[in-house]
Every structure is written in C-alpha cells, then in structure tokens.
Design a protein around this ligand. Structure first.
Ligand code: MN3
Length: 364
C-alpha cells in the first residue's frame, strides 16, 4: 500500500503571519511530498508495504536509512500539519483528560513552554521537538535528530508524539533565517490544542491495545510453556528444575543409574537407603533453614527418578516416606517452597503410575 501525501487541513496562506505562505507551499508540496514518494519507493516490493506507518517506524532502525528518514519524514509532517491551525494558540483545556495529564506533568503552561522551547532551540542541526505520551498516560517533552521520532526503536526516549515542531531550517529559514527562537515562539500561536487533545485520547487507546496484546501474549507464552511441560518427558523436567544448583550431582546420578541398570539389585537398595537418609537430613535441614529446602527436594526427586528406572516397590515405599515428611515441612515453608513442592507433587503421582505399571509388569 502506497502512502499518500495528506492535504493541508487549511489554506496554505492561512497560517500567516506566523508561518508564511511560501514556506508552507515548499514545505508541504516539496519536502513532505518528497519524503512520501521516497518512502513509497523504499518499501516498494518489500513486506513493509503491508504495514502501517507506525508499524514501520517502530523498527525503523532495522529498515535502513531510506525507510527511517523518509518514513519519519512522512509521519512527522503528517502530524505537524494537523496540530497547526489558523485558530490555534492559547492553552489546553484543563477539564479534559489531556488537560488533567498536562497539569500533572507540568508545573504550569509556562513550564511546558519553557521545556518545549528549550528542546526545539537546543536540538543541534535538524530535527524535531515533541510533546509525547508515556505508557502510563503522562506527558513529557523530548527532541529527536533528523526525521527520527519517539515512536522509533532508535529514539532515546520513547513515547507517542501528540505535538511536534519541525526545526529543520527548511521550516523557517525564508522568514526567520537564523532566528530559530523566533520561529519557535511564533509556533505557540498556531497550536491546535483540540487536535492535540484528540491525539492524546488516541494515544491512550493505542496504549491500551498494546498492553492487552502484551498481556495476552504473555498469557499465551505461559500456556505454551505449561503445555510444553505436560508434553515432554518427566526426566527432562527434573533436570530443568535441578539444573542450576546441582548439575554436577545430576551427572553423578546419571552415571550411577547406568551402573545400576547394568548390575544387581543390591545397588538400588543402597541408593534407597541413601535416599532415605538424605531425605531425613534434608527435612531436618529444612526445618532449620529455608532456601535449601526446594533444592533438597529437587535432588531427592532426581534421585528417585533414577532409582525408579532400576526398581519398583522399594522406591515407591521410599517415595511415600518422603511424601509424608514433605507436608510437615510445607507448613513451615514459604510460598516459594510450596510452589516448588507442587511441581514436585505433580510429578510424583505420574511416576508412581509408571512405577506401578512396571511393578505390575514385573509381577506378570
Ligand atoms: Mn520539514
């Protein structure tokens, strides 16, 4: 989809005497038209053709200079013309959502004017000054170089611009020459605060949409993770849980398991005994301390898993013993421990089933 140069929402000479007709004609008819045409040329035949201008700008830093500069130029001027009006000037209405946010964000209108003027006048070279909405609906002033804007991934301070001032020399040189501060002061006579108010409301709506998309995607990723856990084997899970603290221990256990499979049943018994002792020690340790408990459980679980592979009934007994102790520990434990135990608890029944099946098979 090709972007289209928007019409000026007023006569080209109607911003006189603040913005002169000739400057406006060139600025809109040549500069803005140029950005629009070059943007369309830069995205022609690419996947960017399917995106909105905001969709393009949010990754502007990845699309190359042609898209970044001309996409910014297209968007920035489209916003700029709309927030100007021959009937502009004055101050925001304090009763609107925007007015309230304005009063919360700035000590006074003069405070805003000072911040905005400073941003516009101190932007070195070419660029823009902005009034933006942050994610919590507050307002802030910032500036960007060239045709960048705060929607872009490359912006120092990101937000949704609702008011902007072009401080490129092409915006003022014919009338103001080197006197950028005079041009900035003239701008305050043209600000269409009703449009800025509408831009603010639109920014709140898009903030809400983004938040709901983010929360939905985070819910989805949680669901996907839990589904993935269910789908995968129990052994990998035990490894994941144990991973950070006892990688070394696991490796040893794995080696032992291999050895056990190859050799007699006495070894599993020895393990079980060790497991019981370990569990007893651990539960004692749990009562006395705190953070070690979840870790201890994980170790026990991993060992059990290994033990299960080789035998059946003895392990089951060991598990039951361990299971009975854990609830006692749980009462004393904190929320984290409870969560860890739940995770452990869910696995245990499943393993038991497997163990039962195996033991049934063995009986047969
Ligand atoms: Mn310009």
């Amino acid at each position: 989809m090709a972007f289209k140069l928007p019409e000026l929402p007023y006569a080209v000479n109607s911003l006189e005497p603040f913005f002169d007709e000739k400057t406006m004609m060139i600025h809109h008819g040549k500069h803005h038209a140029g950005y629009t045409n070059k943007l369309n040329a830069a995205i022609a035949g690419t996947s960017l053709e399917k995106l909105s201008i905001k969709g393009i700008l949010k990754n502007a830093g990845k699309h190359g200079a042609g898209v970044r500069n001309n996409g910014g130029g297209f968007f920035n001027h489209s916003l700029f013309w709309k927030i100007l009006s021959p009937k502009g000037g004055g101050k925001p209405k304090g009763s609107s959502n925007f007015g309230k946010a304005f009063n919360r964000s700035f000590k006074s209108f003069e405070d805003f004017k000072t911040q905005f003027s400073t941003a516009a006048q101190t932007r070195f070279g070419s660029g823009w000054a902005w009034l933006c909405v942050n994610k919590s609906g507050g307002l802030f002033v910032t500036s960007t170089p060239n045709q960048d804007n705060p929607l872009m991934d490359v912006a120092d301070k990101k937000g949704t611009p609702i008011l902007g001032l072009d401080v490129w020399e092409h915006a003022y040189y014919l009338k103001y020459q080197n006197k950028r501060p005079d041009y900035v002061q003239a701008f305050f006579n043209l600000i269409n605060w009703d449009q800025v108010n509408a831009n603010y409301e639109a920014a709140l709506v898009s903030n809400k949409k983004e938040n709901s998309i983010k929360s939905t995607s985070s819910k989805n990723s949680k669901l996907m993770k839990s589904t993935a856990k269910k789908a995968t084997a129990k052994k990998p899970k035990a490894k994941k849980a144990t991973a950070k603290r006892k990688p070394t221990a696991k490796k040893k256990v794995a080696k032992k398991a291999t050895a056990k499979k190859a050799t007699a049943k006495k070894k599993p018994t020895a393990k079980k005994a060790t497991t019981r002792k370990t569990t007893a020690k651990k539960s004692t340790a749990k009562k006395a301390t705190a953070k070690r408990k979840p870790a201890a459980k994980k170790k026990t679980t991993a060992k059990k898993t290994t033990a299960k592979k080789s035998t059946a009934k003895k392990k089951t007994t060991a598990k039951k013993t361990t299971a009975k102790r854990k609830p006692v520990a749980k009462k004393k434990s904190t929320a984290k421990k409870t969560t860890a135990r739940k995770t452990t608890a869910k696995r245990k029944p499943a393993r038991k089933k497997v163990s039962l099946r195996r033991s049934a098979a063995k009986k047969k």
